[in-house]
Design a protein around this ligand. Sequence first.
Ligand SMILES: [Zn+2]
Length: 319
Amino acid sequence: MLLLERTKSSKLVMLESLVRRLHPSDSDYAYFKEGYQRQVAGYEGEKWVDREWFDMPNLGCHYLFCNYEFENEHGFSHQIDTVSLTLKYLLILEIKNISGRVDIDEDKHQMIVTRPDGTTKSYANPLDQIRRHAQHLGVLLDQFKFPLPIEGALVFSNPATIIGNVPKNFPIFHSSGLRHFVQRLLKKYHEKLSEKQSAQLSKILLTKLKRQEVNPSFDLSRLRKGVLCGVCDFQVIMTYRGGTWQCMSCGARDKSAILQGLHDYRALIGNKITNKEFREFFGVESMDAASKILSRLELESYGKKRGRYYLIPSNINKK
Ligand SMILES: [Zn+2]
């Protein structure tokens, strides 16, 4: 049973908005664009591996958590790509989408990636990370007295990745190997939990879920303001006229275009907006028009008169 669906991380959401809004002449544009592309690749890779879970045989009573995040006993955050809870064991997956060749040196605690163009780069050893996740999840299981073994695996989502010299004593494989690996685990262990206990544990894991939020506060002058036209690939600013947003370039009229704008505002500036801030950012001159747009969105609001602010919910562009 899928208990926690895969969602974009708050970092990816922020970078997506940033790449759309940052002036291309900004000195950090290339840096953020690259970070964005890396995050997208990671997210796509994770979704690719997720498909392996559908119709996987013999799983029995089973709970799946994608992008599971929790805080350990010291208050440090753990972000785990996938957690699979069965009656026999708990499995954590670290998923990497890498093009080129990967070598992992346990003695030096490093992962070397050789790109198709021959350049190499060193990264932290992902196995260390998996072990850290396992250790702290183990503390959680002990705390609630669930005697469940924890297994970990490093999964490469890109079939073209060449897995080079890696430790033999740790499960490292392509996503197509996930089924085989899971079947081996199911054979290796006996049932340690009843279905009722595993349902209890799944609920505990959900209550311990704690998403990391990124709180950027970009200087407004670095950003492209306004409601941007989706048809024109967000390159053209729309005008508010006759109760709707219009693109003077392609002629599109879209009442809901403001939702995407507010989504970007939330991701880059914050989740609160006043009438004045709204007018300044979205280029609406009339206070009344701004009030009308904001009240039509039925956002929660707090305060009175000039101090009144509206809360932009995280799902604003899915309304
Ligand atoms: Zn347009």
